[in-house]
Design a protein around this ligand. Structure first.
Ligand SMILES: Nc1ccn([C@@H]2O[C@H](COP(=O)(O)OP(=O)(O)OP(=O)(O)O)[C@@H](O)[C@H]2O)c(=O)n1
Ligand SMILES: [Mg+2]
Length: 400
């Protein structure tokens, strides 16, 4: 048994000693079989939330209406969820309240995919009634029982299927894929924040191209925020080089591919944090500039290294080119710049004001910009004296 489970064993024991059943469940079992790092170790139990709370000193009600209590134990957090079914589901999303059951099997039955419907007891014995471990061996995403039922219970599971495709590099079982095709419109019932959360995980995964292709083929892509009428355009540009892009670069790529009238409005529909949205829009505008012409030193300087590299990676993706050679060339070009940003200038606003005995104002901004340009173009060296002589010569009229 892996250390994260061992650390949590006393919780299982406490529940069992009180006469309840308790098992490790969910993603941690899947990830341990896959040899992937195990994060949250979740526990399922026959104890009701109130009974769980009575047994542990430090608990937090994080989802008591779904039967989940968070237990804080030895510096870790564990979600402990009462065995439940999903029979009360309506509106294609997780219900307000749930129906508790007494058996682990009933609980596993209502879970999304067979690889996520396994449990492990305190002795490390795997309980795998739906052959999740075989699905893992076959690298296959398949629902537990009827895919229709599973997706009607919670339409977000369709996005989860795509997210796991990207994270795990698994294929999707044909019946499950067909069901996503039929049920894709149900995703509209799901809160955007939850969709975005899955989508970000998808973009961060190792196989975003395969996952985006799945979204495209099933039509789910067309129901995602802002993409309703643009799906067809995206189709023509998806390519395996997308697997080389970072999450941030993929956002830029997607916005460029969807080509909405207003990139900000498009990204707002996804409810992305403002900072993230701004960074994407900035890189997008660089990408568009780059699509029109080659990098020149000033453009590179103005972009900053990371934004330039991001824009270049997206540029390569649109050309269906491996980005590595262009990226390394661009890195070198950036290293060759005599200054990398304004803070490296051998002169600053204060010194210029002293030199010209003038208060700050638009003139200062313009002058700094001209100095930057002259430095980047190699007209002057980045030394105070050289710059001083240059500005005095260029702006004699500014001197009082
Ligand atoms: N829409 C959902 C969400 C979750 N689950 C079940 O609840 C478990 C825990 O959910 P969650 O932590 O959200 O996902 P994980 O599968 O654990 O993936 P991750 O590694 O990202 O946490 C899942 O394994 C699955 O059994 C489900 O059936 N349907
Ligand atoms: Mg989890």
């Amino acid at each position: 048994m892996l250390p994260p489970f061992q650390t949590a064993l006393p919780i299982i024991r406490t529940l069992e000693d009180a006469g309840f059943k308790a098992f490790f469940v969910g993603g941690s079992i899947r990830d341990s079989l896959l040899g992937r790092p195990v994060h949250d170790v979740d526990i399922a139990t026959s104890a009701k939330p109130e009974e769980v709370k009575a047994l542990f000193k430090h608990t937090v009600d994080i989802g008591i209406e779904h039967g989940t209590v968070l237990v804080l134990y030895k510096g870790n957090q564990y979600e402990i969820t009462t065995f439940r079914t999903e029979s009360a589901y309506k509106d294609y999303r997780r219900p307000e309240s749930v129906e508790y059951v007494d058996s682990l099997l009933e609980d596993l039955k209502r879970r999304d995919f067979t690889m996520n419907a396994m449990a492990m007891d305190k002795n490390g014995k795997l309980i795998d009634p739906f052959r999740g471990s075989e699905a893992i061996r076959m690298k296959r995403i398949e629902t537990v029982g009827s895919p229709e039922e599973r997706f009607r219970e919670d339409a977000l599971r369709m996005m989860r299927a795509a997210r796991f495709t990207s994270q795990l590099g698994f294929g999707i079982e044909p019946g499950t894929k067909q069901a996503i095709k039929r049920h894709a419109p149900l995703i509209r019932h799901i809160a955007v924040e939850r969709i975005t959360q899955e989508f970000i995980k998808l973009l961060e995964g190792e196989h975003p191209y395969e996952a985006l292709q799945l979204l495209q083929e099933t039509g789910l892509l067309g129901f995602l925020p802002g993409l309703c009428d643009r799906e067809a355009q995206l189709f023509s540009v998806l390519h395996p080089v997308l697997n080389e892009l970072s999450e941030q670069q993929l956002w830029v790529y997607l916005v460029a591919a969807a080509n909405p009238e207003d990139a900000n409005a498009f990204l707002r529909k996804w409810k992305l944090p403002n900072e993230k949205r701004k960074a994407i829009v900035r890189t997008l505008s660089l990408f568009r500039m780059r699509a029109g012409r080659k990098w020149d030193p000033l453009m590179l300087y103005d972009a900053g290294e990371q934004t330039a590299l991001d824009a270049e990676a997206v540029f390569c993706a649109f050309r269906r080119e491996n980005p590595a050679p262009r990226i390394s060339a661009l890195r070198q070009a950036f290293q060759k710049l005599p200054v990398k940003n304004r803070s490296e200038l051998a002169i600053d606003g204060k010194k210029l004001m002293a030199l010209f005995s003038k208060k700050g104002g638009p003139w200062l901004k313009e002058m700094l910009r001209e100095i930057e340009k002259a430095l980047i173009n190699g007209e002057i060296e980045n030394q105070y004296e050289a710059i001083r002589r240059w500005v005095l010569c260029k702006y004699p009229q500014e001197k009082k």
